[in-house]
Each structure stands twice: as C-alpha cells, then as structure tokens.
Ligand binder design. Structure first.
Ligand SMILES: CC(C)(COP(=O)(O)OP(=O)(O)OC[C@H]1O[C@@H](n2cnc3c(N)ncnc32)[C@H](O)[C@@H]1OP(=O)(O)O)[C@@H](O)C(=O)NCCC(=O)NCCS
Length: 261
C-alpha cells in the first residue's frame, strides 16, 4: 500500500517534527500509536467536510481500536438533522467539550480562521488532535507533517515539503517540492501549489487554484477557485482570476470601466 511508511515507522518518518510524536497517525487502516487506548474518536466540525472525513475514516477508526466510539463536535446542535443515520453521532458543542483521556480529535473545519481559533481553544483545554492521511495520498519520504493535519484522497506531497499544524489538503491537492504550508492553511480540492512556494499561516486556496513557483502568499490571504497566482501576495488579501489580481483592484477596475462606459 502507498502509505506503509506511516504504519511502520512514523517516528523516523516524522523525526524532525517533534510535535507529531504525541499524535496518532492513521493510514492504511492502522493507527501507529497505542490504538487500543483510544476510547472515542471525535470529528471537530459536522458540516459537509466533517461528513467527508467521517466517510473516509470510519472503517479505519473501527480497525484502529477495540470498537471505538465515533462522534462529531459542532456548535450547531441541528447540523446533522438532515442526516438521520448520522444525527445520533452529534455528541456536543465544541464550546462545551471537556476532553477525556481516551479522546482523540480530527479537525474537520475548512475556514482557516475558524479552524485555528477552535484548535487553540481545544488544545488549551487539553484536547488531543491527531493527523489523518488517506491511504491513496502519496507523500515523499522527507515530508514533515504537523499535528491536526488532514490529508485527503489522491493528495500528492513532493520532497522537502513542510506542513504546519492543522493544515487541510483536500481531495487531489498538490504541494510541490520545497514548499512550506503554514499552520491552518486550507487547500481546497485540486489546488496546486508548485515548487518552492510559501503559504504563511491561515491561507485559503479555492478549488483548482494554482500558485506558481517561488510565490510567497501572506498570512490569512485567500485565492479564489480557478485562479492562477503569478506574483507575490500580501497578507490578508483576496486574489481572483487568471492571472490573479487583488479583489479590491478588480472592483476598482469595474468602477473605472463603468465610469468610462
Ligand atoms: C475567494 C472567495 C473565498 C471569495 O469569497 P467572497 O469574499 O465571499 O467573495 P464573493 O463570492 O462575494 O465574490 C466577490 C466577487 O468576485 C467574483 N468571484 C468570486 N469567485 C471568483 C473566482 N474564483 N474567480 C473570479 N471571480 C470570482 C464574484 O463573482 C464577485 O463578483 P461581483 O462583486 O462582481 O459580484 C471565493 O470567491 C472562492 O473562490 N471560494 C472558493 C470556494 C471553494 O473552492 N471552496 C472549496 C469547497 S471544498
């Protein structure tokens, strides 16, 4: 299987990322760290992405322990009302959660700011996040993975890439060689980070966004779906289009066009 490296020797694989040593990695249906001590797996966030994480992990979660319990934490108690088979798995609000020693948490919130705020809250309370890597993902042998990371089906991560904590790489996303993906970044499906790119903390890339080589994207910036970023991106801006421009510039262009018309 593609992910054997995670099941056999995660300490060596992730040796440079000390923080991962206290986490559990699930891959190829096997938890490498004391799976039998995990009593309850909690998916944090029960929206569409939370249900996706549930669908990918359930079989593996059950394989990972002795009949472990699985549930969702979400501040909206009605979030699963339309899904009768899942409704019973809502176990409580994030804000009310009191960690139990046998709990392990999977982060399933897409919005970087919300995700980092919840991560900070739960970690401060003693919540223990794990990282999840789908067995169809392909990772180079020297990739470093932080805590609370979710790597979805068909993701490819090339050599010498570093993923911070709470990074989400959604279905089919790519991280090219020597790139650095900061804490809390979310790469939507098929987002394409080419080589030597830096995404600072909290960057959001929409579906099929492309970041050209050596581009540096400032913290908490957003790149619209299908956009191609060809120049450096300042912090806290939104970029869209091909080539991508700052959204406030696009709107200015529109106004100017209207006046000209
Ligand atoms: C970048 C993004 C987050 C900005 O969202 P926002 O701040 O709410 O902005 P809006 O959606 O209101 O769009 C603002 C303007 O940009 C345009 N726009 C939106 N997305 C665009 C895109 N990807 N490319 C070009 N233009 C876009 C809108 O039409 C709108 O134009 P208008 O002001 O003339 O009406 C959002 O546009 C986006 O691309 N999200 C990605 C969604 C996605 O891939 N989700 C993954 C789910 S798994």
């Amino acid at each position: 299987m593609t992910m054997q490296i995670f099941t056999g020797d995660v300490e060596r694989f992730c040796g440079q990322q000390a923080s991962i040593r206290s986490s559990t990695i699930l891959g190829s249906g096997v938890a490498v760290r004391s799976p039998t001590t995990v009593e309850r797996w909690l998916i944090v966030g029960a929206g569409g992405f939370g249900r996706e994480v549930y669908s990918w992990t359930l079989g593996q979660l059950h394989a990972a322990g002795t009949n472990p319990r699985v549930g969702f934490l979400d501040d909206d108690a009605t979030v699963l009302d339309k899904f009768p088979e899942l409704k019973r798995l809502w176990v409580g609000r994030i804000s009310d959660y009191e960690p139990q020693s046998g709990d392990r948490l999977l982060m399933a919130i897409g919005d970087p700011s919300a995700k980092l705020a919840v991560a900070e809250q739960l970690t401060a309370r003693g919540g223990r996040f794990v990282s999840y890597i789908h067995p169809t993902a392909v990772l180079a042998s020297d990739v470093q993975v932080g805590v609370g990371v979710i790597i979805c089906p068909s993701v490819v991560i090339c050599c010498n890439v570093r993923l911070g904590d709470f990074v989400l790489m959604n279905v089919g996303a790519l991280a090219g060689h020597d790139s650095m993906i900061g804490d809390g970044c979310t790469l939507s499906p098929h987002a394409d980070v080419t080589g030597q790119v830096v995404l600072e903390r909290g960057v959001f890339l929409g579906c099929r966004a492309v970041i050209l080589p050596k581009i540096h994207v400032g913290e908490f910036s957003r790149v619209g779906a299908g956009s191609v970023v060809i120049s450096q991106v300042k912090p806290r801006v939104t970029m869209m289009g091909v080539p991508a421009k700052r959204i406030d510039w696009l709107q200015k262009d529109d106004d100017e066009q209207l006046q000209a018309g």
